[in-house]
Design a binder for this molecule. Structure first.
Ligand code: SAM
Length: 286
């Protein structure tokens, strides 16, 4: 396991993923019944943006740093405010960004007393950091377990409401296949759950195949589930350069998510674009 999320923390892909994560969790807060977030590949929890890895990666400078400075319409500003408020809470000194919260800590900020978080992280150093960040937290459980094992094993959660975030590092060649197979197995066990799957866009053939397999699994249940596909490119993809396009598959999303993203995404084109405006597409697969 060589992947270190600190290089990428707060980059454009994190910004998109975490805005969508926040919108889904806020929707789940709409009913009093408890929910659970299961984060299968959770990361270290908090990233030091002044540290060597984040400084070398520098992705946050064209991601969260730009979003913090950008001006938005009132509608979009109010949709992304909860996400930005969480980022601000990790930067109490205000002036310069110094830290960026990862998915488990963003989720933790959105748990009500009845809600729970299960976070899996296998890399020992990242696991230790996450344990430290969530120490003595009765609502959060950090497990040093393979996310691919946890995925089918932990669903359905006992709350029978919630979101499964699947955000692997894609450092193994077979990780797209594992994602499709792992998702299909979990979804068959818990077809009424919500799932959020992140993927990098490097090969069209591979990402189309992933979307096809996920849609097929979602369509197999009766009644079939729903699936939204969102992709965002900050620049044209060029071999040998940093990742420029990323996607999300939101399975059984809140009915409000499509409309919210239609308001938010056009306003991210400018601040997230690199050498021109960013481009996005949002489609309903099922
Ligand atoms: N979800 C995090 C966020 O949004 O802030 C980022 C996660 S990062 C893309 C992927 C993480 O998965 C890394 O921290 C890596 O160490 C961890 N990881 C790699 N293989 C794993 C496995 N089989 N099970 C659980 N975690 C794994």
């Amino acid at each position: 396991m060589n992947y270190r999320h600190a290089f990428h923390a707060g980059g454009f892909a994190d910004v998109l993923k975490h805005i969508v994560l926040t919108r889904i969790l806020l929707y789940l807060q709409g009913k009093p019944a408890a929910f659970r977030l299961i984060d299968t590949h959770a990361g270290a929890g908090v990233y030091d943006l002044t540290g060597e890895e984040a400084q070398r990666g520098g992705e946050w400078l064209t991601g969260i740093a730009r979003i913090m400075q950008a001006r938005f319409s009132q509608a979009t500003a109010s949709l992304i405010k909860p996400y930005l408020d969480i980022v601000r809470a990790f930067n109490p000194r205000g002036a310069e960004l110094e830290a960026y919260p990862g998915s488990p800590l963003i989720a933790r900020a959105l748990l009500r007393p009845q809600d729970r978080l299960t976070a899996c992280e296998l890399e020992p150093k990242a696991h230790k950091k996450l344990v430290d960040a969530l120490r003595r937290d009765r609502q959060a459980r950090v497990v040093e377990l393979d996310g691919w094992v946890a995925l089918p094993a932990f669903v359905p959660p006992k709350e029978r409401r919630g979101l499964i975030l699947i955000d692997p590092p894609y450092e193994q060649k077979d990780e797209f296949e594992r994602l499709a197979a792992g998702f299909a197995e979990a979804f068959a066990k818990w077809p009424s759950g919500s799932y959020l799957l992140w993927y990098p866009v490097k090969s069209r053939r591979v990402t189309e195949e992933l979307a096809r397999q996920v849609a097929e699994a979602v369509g197999r249940t009766s009644p079939p589930g729903e699936c939204l596909r969102l992709e965002f490119s900050v620049a044209p993809e060029r071999p040998g350069t940093a990742l420029a396009s990323a996607g999300l598959l939101a399975v059984n999303p809140p009915w409000t998510l499509m409309g919210e993203l239609k308001a938010i995404l056009p306003e991210l084109e400018k601040p997230l674009g690199q050498g021109g405006a960013g481009r996005w597409r949002l489609v309903r697969l099922i």
